[in-house]
Design a protein around this ligand. Structure first.
Ligand SMILES: CC(C)(COP(=O)(O)OP(=O)(O)OC[C@H]1O[C@@H](n2cnc3c(N)ncnc32)[C@H](O)[C@@H]1OP(=O)(O)O)[C@@H](O)C(=O)NCCC(=O)NCCS
Length: 159
């Protein structure tokens, strides 16, 4: 069993986290970002949060961008040994609460139609499927052909 996690350790990412974020993104997405693109996002003030385990190993990171009153969810990656333990959901709840407090009205994302885990996670959090972009991705997760994107949206209600 991986190390334990305390949600009080969730924190904004810094430049020292770049290498780990890069490796996690490369291991998870065929359309992975370059280290330079991730570094630019960090420097530009994108919403980037990490949640380290007690031993300091990053278990999950989130990357998003606020555009006007919308949060564009770009990446959520849980390190393989930490998957299936509710960690992705918990970090997303943290981010959505943070955005709500900052006055953001909506969260938007697109995800591969084959990504059942992510679609299910977001639906459980209350996201709705709002559309589909046929052949949006230039390769399937398996590596050939094209793949549709599923569009999802979440309204951040003021409490
Ligand atoms: C998608 C991802 C973030 C899920 O993180 P996680 O911490 O393992 O998810 P959780 O444990 O919080 O699971 C929440 C729900 O998601 C769904 N889910 C998670 N993993 C799943 C899987 N392997 N298969 C099917 N559904 C799954 C389930 O509905 C689950 O609810 P349940 O536990 O009540 O069944 C993780 O698998 C991941 O990092 N994948 C690679 C990167 C990625 O695809 N990111 C999303 C697009 S940006």
């Amino acid at each position: 069993m991986p190390d334990t996690l305390n949600s009080e350790n969730i924190r904004p990412a810094g430049a020292a986290d770049l290498d780990t974020i890069f490796e996690l993104n490369r291991a998870s997405f065929p359309e992975a970002w370059s280290k330079q693109a991730l570094g630019s996002a960090l420097a530009a003030g994108f919403v980037v949060y990490v949640w380290p385990a007690d031993d300091g190993q990053i278990a999950v990171y989130f990357l998003g961008q606020i555009v006007l009153d919308e949060l564009h969810i770009l990446q959520l990656v849980v390190a393989e040994p930490f998957r299936g333990r509710g960690i992705g959901s918990e970090l997303m709840r943290f981010i959505l609460n943070l955005m709500r407090k900052q006055g953001v009205n909506r969260a938007e994302l697109e995800v591969r139609s084959s990504n059942r885990a992510a679609i299910s996670l977001y639906r459980k959090l209350g996201f709705e499927i709002t559309g589909r972009r046929p052949n949006y991705y230039s390769s399937t997760a398996a590596g050939s052909g094209r793949e549709d994107a599923v569009l999802m949206s979440y309204h951040l209600k003021v409490k």
